[in-house]
Design a protein around this ligand. Structure first.
Ligand SMILES: [Fe+2]
Length: 197
């Protein structure tokens, strides 16, 4: 059975980039809702499996309803863990900087690519920074789709671009939401840790 993972920070920790109402409803209603629905749909034989195993199994077996809920659980936990306003989490490790310079020339270029991808994602979905082989790549997925469990991809960071992630704070201005988060709330230590796993 999947368990609810609490945030590493308080609901008002990310103000003003993300207001406490946004974060409260996002975690307590949307994310918790995905956990509960995934558990309702979970076959007894998969109850001992990990979240990542459930996402992969549901994808492989074509269990679309379960996949959508479980993938959203994984995506949200990854998203929440990837945010921080702690200055220590904003330092970019040498290893990560090597990849950023190799594939995107500069951190500013990488941020611009992430923001542009957030803006051009039509509908609800996610923006991802992944390692594909030996290259950093920025990509986006629709609805619940996720690189979690996909062979050849190592997810490093994600931005939720469903409207529930930003509408209370930014209304329709998704680009402002993405820009604020990219410039002030990315947990680069989390990104570097994922790179080294
Ligand atoms: Fe969300």
């Amino acid at each position: 059975m999947l368990e609810i993972k609490q945030l590493n920070y308080s609901f008002d920790a990310l103000k003003p980039m993300m207001g406490s109402d946004t974060l409260f409803f996002h975690h307590e209603k949307h994310y918790v809702g995905y956990v509960n629905k995934a558990n309702e749909l979970l076959p007894p034989k998969w109850r001992h499996k990990s979240l990542q195993e459930i996402v992969s199994l549901a994808r492989d077996k074509g269990e679309i309803a379960l996949f959508n809920q479980a993938a959203q659980v994984w995506n949200h936990e990854f998203f929440f863990d990837g945010l921080s306003v702690n200055p220590e989490d904003h330092e970019i490790s040498d290893d990560l900087l090597f990849y950023i310079r190799k594939d995107y020339n500069s951190i500013d270029n990488l941020k611009s690519e992430l923001i542009k991808t957030a803006l051009t994602r039509f509908g609800s979905g996610w923006v991802w920074l992944v390692l594909e082989g030996e290259h950093l790549k920025v990509q986006s997925t629709l609805n619940a789709e996720t690189p979690c469990g996909l062979q050849g991809f190592k997810p490093l960071w994600t931005l939720d671009v469903w409207e529930h992630a930003y509408y209370l704070d930014y209304q329709n201005r998704r680009v402002d939401y993405a820009t604020e988060i990219m410039n002030r709330a990315v947990n680069w230590r989390f990104v570097a840790n994922n790179l080294s796993i």
